[in-house]
Design a protein around this ligand. Structure first.
Ligand code: HEC
Length: 125
């Protein structure tokens, strides 16, 4: 019984935790030290990577392979990304974050800042 309750608690906390597995891995592996969602840092921005590959399942698998085994010739003018020897499932979660979740996050942020600006303008008039 206790085990069932524990399993339920864990399942719910994973389902309702705000951050996806991909985002948590992105933080765990410090990908953010070289990649920002919107801006170029050492590596290309997540938005420009997402634009290049799209959001399909096939794209997610392709990018997952590139995270494990980077091909610097895909991004001339950038430094080399270090290979990440991680399980394919983790690489896929990361790729899903890069291609699907991060661009959605950016869109939401943008909408929020436009709404805040509009609010401010309304207050001033
Ligand atoms: C030390 C800096 C650095 C770190 C850390 C880093 N990257 Fe990169 N990344 C780069 C650079 C530079 C490029 C472009 C050149 C290349 O692909 O080698 C790149 C390219 C990429 C690409 C595009 C691959 C392609 O071939 O189109 C993806 C996707 C990516 N990174 C995801 C990640 C993820 C996920 C992590 C964390 C697990 C990560 N990066 C960590 C520097 C980094």
């Amino acid at each position: 019984m206790l085990r069932i309750i524990l399993t339920l608690i864990i399942t719910f906390s994973i389902a309702y935790s705000e951050e996806s597995l991909g985002k948590r891995l992105f933080i765990k592996y410090s990908c953010g030290s070289c990649h920002d969602i919107n801006r170029r840092l050492v590596g290309p921005s997540l938005i420009e990577i997402a634009k290049r590959y799209g959001k399909s399942e096939k794209a997610i698998e392709r990018v997952a392979r590139l995270i494990i085994n980077p091909q610097p010739s895909n991004w001339p003018g950038f430094a080399y990304m270090p290979p990440f020897k991680i399980p394919f499932e983790e690489a896929k979660a990361l790729a899903r974050y890069v291609l699907v979740e991060a661009p959605e996050e950016a869109k939401k942020e943008k909408k929020k800042s436009i709404e805040e600006e509009l609010d401010l303008e309304l207050q001033m008039h």
